[in-house]
Design a protein around this ligand. Structure first.
Ligand SMILES: Nc1ncnc2c1ncn2[C@@H]1O[C@H](COP(=O)(O)OP(=O)(O)OP(=O)(O)O)[C@@H](O)[C@H]1O
Ligand code: SF4
Ligand SMILES: [Mg+2]
Length: 376
C-alpha cells in the first residue's frame, strides 16, 4: 500500500503519533489484567511431516493490548499465519498445538486459555467469529460463492447474537454502509462473484466486525488488491478500529502499513518472536539485528546514503534450524563461540516494554550501532 521510497524517518514520523512505550512485558498475574486482551505465552505448533517434525511456531510469546493494533511482521514462512490460525484453533492435521498458553480476556466474561480448549469445545465456537474474528488474504476463500453476501453476514449475526432475521438484515445493511458500500440494501442480495475484489474485501471486513469482536485478526488483508484500494481498506480498518475499540492483530510484510496502523510490533523469525515493542521504538531504535536488517533494507532508507542494505543469505529450512541463535548465519553482529552455541537466546527486556532475543543486544545498544535512522 505504501510508497516504498518513503524514508524510514517518514515511517517514524507517522508512528510518532502512537502512544509512547508499552508497559513492561512482565508476566501478568493470573487475574484479569486491565490492559491486555490476549496473552500468548510459549506457544508451540508443530507439523509432523515426512521430512520430520517441523516447528512452525516454537515458543512464541506476546501480549495484545486492549483496543490497540499489534502488527506481526517477518519474512515468508516464519510462522505468522500459523500463529494467527492457532488463536482461532484453525490448525489442522498434521499440525498440532503442542504447548503454551493463549489467555483471552474478554471484557465481560471469564478469561479462557484457548490453547487448552478441545477442537470442538463449545467455547471455541462462541469465541470464533463472535469474540475473535478474522479477515483472510483472499476473500473468495472465506466467502461462500453460493450464498448472497446478505445471507452470509446475517448468518454470522444469528449464530452469535440474539436477533430476529429482520434485525439481522437491518444490521447487515448498516454494517455494509459502514464499510463504505453504497446502496447496501441492494448489495445484500448479490453474490460475491458479482462484486469487485475491493468490495469483497469490504464485505469480509463487515462480516468480521458485525458481531463487534474484541479481537480482529487481519492476515495480509490487502495483498490481493491494487495499491489504491489497499490504502482505502487500511484506512477503513483503522477508522473502524478506533470507532469500535477492536483490538487488531495485523499480519503484514509492509513496514509502511505497520507505521500507519500499528501501536505495537512483534517481529518473528523462524517460528520465534525476536523483538517486540511499541511501534515507535521498533522503527526508531530496533534492538535485534534482524529487525535492523528489515528496516535497513527498505528502499529509501539508505543509511548514511550508502547502498541499499539487504539481509545476507536466506531463511533456513525449519527442519535445519542452526544451533545457538537461529539468526546467526545471517547476522552482521555474529560472534563465533557465543552466538552459534547452546539454546536460542531468550526474549529479554532490553528497555522497559522492549524485548529482544539477542545475546549482544545491550552491547550493540551501548555502542550506538543499532540506530538505523541515520543523522542525515
Ligand atoms: N499444513 C501444513 N503442513 C506442513 N507445514 C506447514 C503447514 N502449514 C504451514 N506449514 C509450515 O509452517 C511454516 C510457517 O508457515 P506460515 O504460513 O505461518 O508462514 P507465514 O509467516 O504466514 O508466511 P507468509 O508470509 O508467506 O504467509 C512454513 O514453513 C510452512 O511451510
Ligand atoms: S545473538 Fe548473535 S547472531 Fe543472534 S542476533 Fe544477536 S548478535 Fe546476532
Ligand atoms: Mg501467512
Amino acid at each position: 500500500m505504501t510508497d516504498n521510497s518513503k524514508n524510514i524517518k517518514d515511517f517514524v514520523r507517522i508512528a510518532e503519533g502512537a502512544p509512547s512505550s508499552r508497559p513492561s512485558l512482565a508476566l501478568a498475574p493470573r487475574t484479569r489484567p486491565s490492559n491486555n486482551v490476549l496473552e500468548i505465552k510459549d506457544l508451540k505448533v508443530y507439523f509432523n511431516t515426512i521430512e520430520g517434525e517441523l516447528r512452525a511456531v516454537d515458543g512464541v510469546s506476546f501480549s495484545m493490548r486492549r483496543g490497540k493494533v499489534m502488527a506481526l511482521v517477518g519474512e515468508s514462512g516464519c510462522g505468522k499465519s500459523v500463529t494467527s490460525y492457532s488463536i482461532l484453533r484453525l490448525i489442522q492435521s498434521p499440525g498440532k498445538i503442542v504447548g503454551g498458553s493463549m489467555i483471552f480476556y474478554p471484557h465481560d466474561e471469564d478469561p479462557a486459555d484457548i490453547a487448552k480448549l478441545s477442537d470442538n469445545d463449545e467455547l471455541i465456537y462462541h469465541i470464533r467469529g463472535g469474540k475473535i474474528s478474522m479477515i483472510f488474504q483472499e476473500p473468495m476463500t472465506a466467502l461462500s460463492p453460493v450464498h448472497t453476501v446478505g445471507n452470509q453476514i446475517c448468518e454470522a449475526i444469528l449464530i452469535h447474537q440474539k436477533a430476529t432475521k429482520k434485525e439481522a438484515e437491518a444490521k447487515a445493511v448498516e454494517m455494509l454502509r459502514k464499510v463504505g458500500i453504497s446502496g447496501p440494501e441492494k448489495r445484500i442480495t448479490q453474490y460475491p462473484f458479482e462484486m469487485s475484489g475491493g468490495m469483497r474485501q469490504r464485505v469480509m471486513i463487515a462480516m468480521a466486525l458485525v458481531c463487534n469482536p474484541e479481537i480482529l485478526i487481519a492476515d495480509e488483508p490487502t495483498t490481493a488488491l491494487d495499491v489504491t484500494i489497499q490504502a482505502q481498506i487500511m484506512l477503513l480498518m483503522k477508522n473502524l478500529q478506533k470507532e469500535l475499540g477492536t483490538s487488531i492483530l495485523l499480519i503484514t510484510h509492509d513496514l509502511g502499513v505497520v507505521a500507519q496502523m500499528a501501536d505495537d510490533v512483534a517481529v518473528m523469525y523462524l517460528g520465534k518472536i525476536v523483538e517486540c515493542s511499541d511501534v515507535r521504538s521498533i522503527l526508531k531504535s530496533p534492538r535485534h539485528p534482524y529487525t535492523m536488517g528489515l528496516l535497513a533494507s527498505l528502499p529509501g532508507l539508505a543509511m548514511d546514503k550508502q547502498r541499499l542494505h539487504s539481509i545476507k543469505g536466506s531463511v533456513p529450512s525449519l527442519t535445519a534450524i542452526p544451533p545457538g541463535c537461529p539468526f546467526h548465519p545471517r547476522c552482521e553482529y555474529f560472534k563465533p563461540g557465543l552466538c552459534d552455541v547452546g539454546n536460542p537466546p531468550p526474549l529479554e527486556e532490553i528497555e522497559p516494554g522492549h524485548t529482544a532475543a539477542c545475546l549482544r543486544a545491550r552491547e550493540i545498544m551501548k555502542s550506538g550501532q543499532q540506530s538505523v535512522v541515520s543523522s542525515q
